[in-house]
Design a protein around this ligand. Structure first.
Ligand code: DGL
Length: 272
């Protein structure tokens, strides 16, 4: 048994969709979630810059004595998963491998689509994982820079969002994909929009459920689970404005958010 919390981080509130699944799958575990709002969004930034941020946050969480770090951000996973695994002494789980695995299993015609941020598409990690699992599968990847700001905006289900999804779906439909990876933590929020545009014949793959299963499996294999009889707690940190996190965050978490603590950026890089 291991009573230490699990550390989770994202560029902002998007990773709360992954935390949601973790809280449902592992209600007996404690979680500490850090949103790097001061530097949101990660998606349009160069991979190297995102890697530096991810390594700072990973180190910070390790110093908070977490037992596992979950990178609940597709962009940060794309930019820094191996580097985090090298740098930290605790297990690090990302959101890409579980999704790639689910997509390869789901596809019948071996044509898979990927919608994600610019950095995630550029990094090419999904293509690598898909090829490792099925070298004959075809991946059509498309960056969707308009979606994150629209989903975080006042009208996530407004006509602009619908138009953007239609536009981004077109090349994937043209490629004949039967499975689409929604490779960004924000996209589950507008799942019905994607499903309607692609139709029921296309399987949508999200990171949240697959990743929560991967975290639970890692804890079990390493025998570092908490006592299943207890009810876990969860707390929040942000490098940005705590009140803004709280109000937007509930939409993503779909569970109550009580206190949100502010962390100075300068503190992330420090070894104390
Ligand atoms: N959380 C990021 C991701 O999953 C999207 C938001 C951002 O661009 O920072 O890729």
């Amino acid at each position: 048994m291991d009573a230490r919390p699990i550390g989770v981080f994202d560029s902002g509130t998007g990773g709360l969709t992954v935390l949601h699944e973790c809280l449902v799958t592992m209600p007996h575990e404690d979680f500490v979630y850090l949103g790097d709002h001061a530097r949101l969004p990660y998606g349009p930034r160069p991979l190297e810059e995102v890697r530096t941020y991810a390594l700072e946050i990973g180190g910070f969480l390790e110093r908070q004595e977490v037992k596992l770090v979950l990178v609940a951000c597709n962009t940060a996973t794309s930019a820094a998963l191996p580097q985090l695994q090298e740098a930290l002494s605790i297990p690090v789980v990302g959101v890409i491998q579980p999704e790639a695995h689910a997509a390869v299993q789901a596809t019948r015609n071996r044509k898979i689509g990927l919608l994600a941020t610019k950095a995630t598409v550029e990094a090419g990690r999904y293509a690598e994982f898909v090829a490792t699992l099925d070298a004959g599968a075809e991946l059509t990847a498309l960056p969707c820079p308009r979606l994150v700001p629209l989903i975080e905006g006042d009208e996530p289900f407004g006509t602009e969002t619908i138009d953007a999804v239609r536009e981004y779906a077109e090349p994937l439909k043209g490629a004949g994909v039967d499975t689409v990876i929604l490779g960004c933590t924000h996209y589950p929020l507008i799942r019905p929009v994607f499903q309607r545009v692609f139709g029921r014949g296309v399987t949508l793959v999200f990171s949240a459920e697959e990743t929560a299963r991967e975290v639970a499996g890692t804890l079990a294999r390493k025998r570092i689970e908490n006592d299943e009889a207890r009810e876990g707690s969860y707390r929040f940190l942000t490098t940005g404005d705590p009140e803004a996190f709280r109000s937007l965050g509930q939409r993503f978490l779909q569970l109550p958010i009580a206190e949100v603590e502010h962390v100075e950026l300068a503190k992330l890089g420090r070894a104390a």
